[in-house]
Write a protein that binds this ligand. Structure first.
Ligand SMILES: Cc1cc2nc3c(=O)[nH]c(=O)nc-3n(C[C@H](O)[C@H](O)[C@H](O)COP(=O)(O)O)c2cc1C
Length: 155
């Protein structure tokens, strides 16, 4: 799996004034028609705590320039710090907190939560809004670029 060297994304969500988000390496498109995308969230994460109540999630595609925000969302936990007080963000579609430094993203409506008994749950998303300012070009941030980050939780 390490050889696959997946891209990493930042997933954010909000329920009212509660906000959360984390760096995610487990994610992929999971349906073509209808278009759907799945992200897998650790049950140990603060972000997971909002998933049941959240109606939508936002998926941010990162490039090398977004390494600092990747480190913030991948190495710190909302259990201890307010990550959104440490970065620039704006309210986006469905009230999702969108990271200002990220130009490629989508917001998806939660259509299913998959708990197969592992330490992560899958959240299937149906995109409701998409921005691709890079026109699909440019480098993305990979697991190998952030291998030295220390996740805030063990799983
Ligand atoms: C390279 C890397 C990949 C990660 N992939 C995932 C993932 O796929 N799913 C997940 O839930 N957490 C993943 N994490 C861990 C979370 O991003 C990390 O524990 C984060 O600090 C949790 O924040 P939270 O507790 O505020 O939700 C990853 C972390 C790193 C450094």
């Amino acid at each position: 799996v390490g050889r696959l060297d997946a891209a990493v994304v930042v997933v954010t969500t909000a329920v009212g004034e509660e906000r959360s988000g984390c760096l995610v390496g487990f994610h992929s498109q999971c349906s073509i028609d209808p278009p759907q995308y799945a992200v897998w969230l650790s049950k140990a994460n603060h972000t997971f705590g909002l998933v049941d109540r959240a109606s939508h999630l936002a998926v941010h595609v990162l490039g090398p320039a977004q390494r600092p925000v990747a480190e913030l969302f991948g190495s710190r936990t909302g259990d201890d710090v307010d990550k959104f007080a440490r970065c620039r963000w704006s309210p986006g579609p469905a009230g999702m907190p969108m990271l200002d430094v990220v130009s490629d993203w989508f917001v998806g409506r939660k259509v299913a939560v998959i708990d197969h008994g592992g330490d992560h749950v899958g959240v299937a998303l149906a995109p409701i809004a998409v921005t691709c300012a890079s026109s699909g070009r440019g480098q993305v941030l990979h697991l190998s670029d952030v291998a030295f980050f220390r996740p805030s939780h063990p799983a």
